[in-house]
Design a protein around this ligand. Structure first.
Ligand SMILES: O=C(O)CCC(=O)C(=O)O
Length: 273
């Protein structure tokens, strides 16, 4: 049965767009963030740990240690202004937005909704230790940004599942979708966005891919772009974060600034304050 709040389209990214994305990926320097601040202790009862995967954000960067954007509980001081999408992603996003406005029910698309935020997830193996460790998965969660979210997949296919909240590990998923190379997935509305959780259960490793960019201690076999909407009034320049929150992320911004003119300017803006 056709569900107006769910889209899966294999082959959405054509060969020309894909070549442009691959060329752009080579230039990226993803971050491997820690879950909590590195300059003050983790909250009581929590252990410091690295995220399972390196990431990059466009539009705004939601640093794990500041807490992810979660309206209405956490809206301010967590979505830090970041660089714009490269032209190829802007073009693909305009097409996705057009399809959402044409096909999704109006009540599932908030006023002023547009896909202005992108999380780039790198899935693969940690290779720093004596043996490679497969960390290509994401536990069940919701994306709290309002409105539909869209994702583009590159590389090995991923087993993506929607599950009920509180379901035991062996409970059957509500929906399983293999996300293939060059595919598009979009979901929105209360059922897919709010009532169900989603996860990446595993990623194939059939082709032994090593996707760009080279990342020390990591081999990437899948890249996923997840596009979301964060209202502009909730996106804050780094230099305007409260001082303690700037302390939490300064080391990351400094690392980013080494390869990103956007973050180099953000750091300079802090110095002249
Ligand atoms: O990799 C994917 O397909 C999904 C990623 C995801 O669930 C997320 O970034 O919130």
């Amino acid at each position: 049965m056709h569900d107006p709040c769910y889209v899966y389209e294999p082959g959405f990214i054509d060969a020309a767009a894909r070549a442009e994305i691959d060329a752009w990926l080579v230039t990226l320097r993803p971050l491997w963030e820690m879950r909590y601040s590195t300059v003050r202790p983790p909250p009581a009862g929590k252990e410091q740990r690295p995220l399972l995967r390196p990431v990059y954000w466009l539009g705004n960067w939601q640093f794990a240690c500041l807490g992810y954007y979660e309206p209405p509980r956490r809206e301010r001081d967590c979505a830090v202004a970041a660089e714009a999408f490269p032209p190829v992603l802007t073009r693909l996003v305009r097409e996705i937005e057009r399809r959402v406005r044409a096909g999704f029910p109006a009540q599932a698309v908030p006023r002023r909704w547009r896909l202005n935020t992108c999380l780039v997830n790198f899935y693969g193996d940690r290779t720093g230790g004596p043996r490679a460790e497969d960390v290509a998965r994401v536990g069940e969660h919701r994306d709290f940004e309002p409105g539909p979210v869209a994702s583009l997949s590159l590389g090995e296919r991923a087993r993506f599942q929607f599950v009920r909240r509180g379901a035991t590990r062996d409970a059957p998923p509500v929906r399983t979708q293999w996300l293939e190379d060059n595919s598009l997935q979009v979901f929105g509305g209360p059922r897919w966005k709010d009532e169900l959780l989603h996860r990446v259960q595993r990623v194939d490793d059939k082709q032994k891919l090593a996707l760009p960019p080279a990342i020390a201690g990591f081999r990437t076999r899948r890249v996923n772009f997840t596009f979301r909407y964060v209202p502009d009034e909730h996106v804050i320049p780094y230099a305007e974060l409260p001082p303690a929150r700037r302390d939490d992320v300064r080391a990351y911004v400094t690392t980013l600034a080494a390869s990103s003119p956007w973050f180099a300017r953000a750091l300079a803006a802090e110095r002249v304050r």
